[in-house]
Structure formats: C-alpha cells, structure tokens
Design a protein around this ligand. Sequence first.
Ligand code: SAH
Length: 253
Amino acid sequence: MKSPARIGLVGALHQELAAVLARLPDEQRQRVGGRDFWAGHWHGHGVVAVLSRIGKVAAATTATALIERFGVGRIVFTGVAGALGAGLRVGDVVVASGFVQHDMDASPLFPRHEVPLYGRARFATDPALSAALADAARTVLAHADATLGAQAVAEFGLHAPQVQQGLVASGDRFVATAAESAALRQALPDALAVEMEGAAVAQVCHDYGVPFAALRTLSDRADDAAHVDFTRFIDQVASRYSAAVLEAYFSKL
Ligand code: SAH
C-alpha cells in the first residue's frame, strides 16, 4: 500500500524549526535550493520540516520545493504576525481562513490587491485542515500555563489568550508604525493580522491544488512598539505554541 503523502511543516523562524525538530526522532537533512529540508516522522506521520525564510519570494520557493521535490500532500505553516484586528492582543493566535498580498497593486490595470491573471485578490486556506489546526490551537491556549510556564504567562501578560480565524495580509515589509497599520486596516478592514509569507504559500498551494493551513501567534501590534522583545517572545512563547499546537494536531490525526 502506498503510504499517505507527507505533510510539509513550514516555519518562519529558526527557533520554531528547532522546536519542531526536537520532536522528530528520525529526521534526515536534504539540501535543496540552498535550504535544509528535514524529513522524518511525528507520531508516525511522514513530515518534511523546513524554514520558509522571510518574505514572499523566499516562502514561495520553499513551498514549491516542498511540493515538487518532496511530494508533500498538504502544508501547515506556523509563525508570528502583527495584530491588526480590533481586540486582538499579543499572545493571541490567528488561524488564517485566507490570505491577501497587501502590497500587490497593479492598478489601474487590475483592481488593487488582485493578483494579475488569477482574477482574485484572496486565496483561501483549506477549511478542514484549518479547522483541525484551530482546534489544536484552542486546546493548547486553554492551558497556556502548562505549555509556557507561569513565568512567561506573567511576563508577557498572556491572560485568556484567544484563537480567531480570518483573513491574514502578507507583504514584503515589517509593519512597525501605527500609521502603516492604520493604512492597512483602512485598505483591508477584515484583516486580522499582517506578516510576510503566508499569501505566497497560499498562492503556490492554489496553483498545485495542495491543501494549506496557517497559524500565526501575534507577536506585536504592528505599531511603533513592534520591535520590542521580538526575539524573547519567539523563544518563550511563539515557538512553544507552534510545537505544542502541531503536537496536538498530530496526536489527533
Ligand atoms: N528579527 C527577525 C526578523 C523578523 S522578520 C530575525 O532576526 O529573524 C518578521 C517575521 O515575523 C516574518 O516572518 C513576518 O512574517 C513576521 N511578522 C511579525 N510581526 C510582523 C509585522 N508587524 N509585520 C510584518 N511581519 C511580521
């Protein structure tokens, strides 16, 4: 019997990949396109873990290699993002229902945000895969203390963290001013979060018909304080959430 297609696990940051690799008992490294792909098993399921690298082009290349060279049958992305949605706080988690490139603008030839020749601006994620990821995230966030330790919960003020599903905006820019995030909110009122890779992976997965889901822990409010303690937050919170959510996802698979 042919074994089911492997799952591609893409992280945006080194600490996330390290946390994932710590859970794979048998990973083997293969270098393609200047990237290290790690093939192994998680709870008996074949996975290929890789760093996306930062920005849309790097993420698209990574996703394409995962599909073409490693034959993955679905892709799950984890990372951090800046919060745009009202009421969302640092430490909350967004599971993307779809993506848009906030810096795509071929107007007046095409409507703003529309990806030329696709006839669309938004690329949906896979509903079933996203629902499973959101379920896993809710399970983990309900016990944030157990995953992160009471000290990190107190330090980052992670009280009653929530999971929301909705639109995520991607672009080749770290959004770090209040003026920029206000402009994004105006242009894309339903966007919950902003990051730099997801829309690229969503477009590649659309091209190949590969189911895709993405989870982003909110690391900042995409404003003038966006750079504060970024690294510490990733070490102490985001990379731990990502690994714990994937663990919960695989344990139910
Ligand atoms: N300082 C980091 C670089 C982070 S780049 C390093 O040394 O590696 C930002 C990463 O976090 C990208 O993966 C992006 O997707 C995400 N991100 C988090 N907050 C963001 C914001 N406010 N705007 C854009 N991307 C953000």
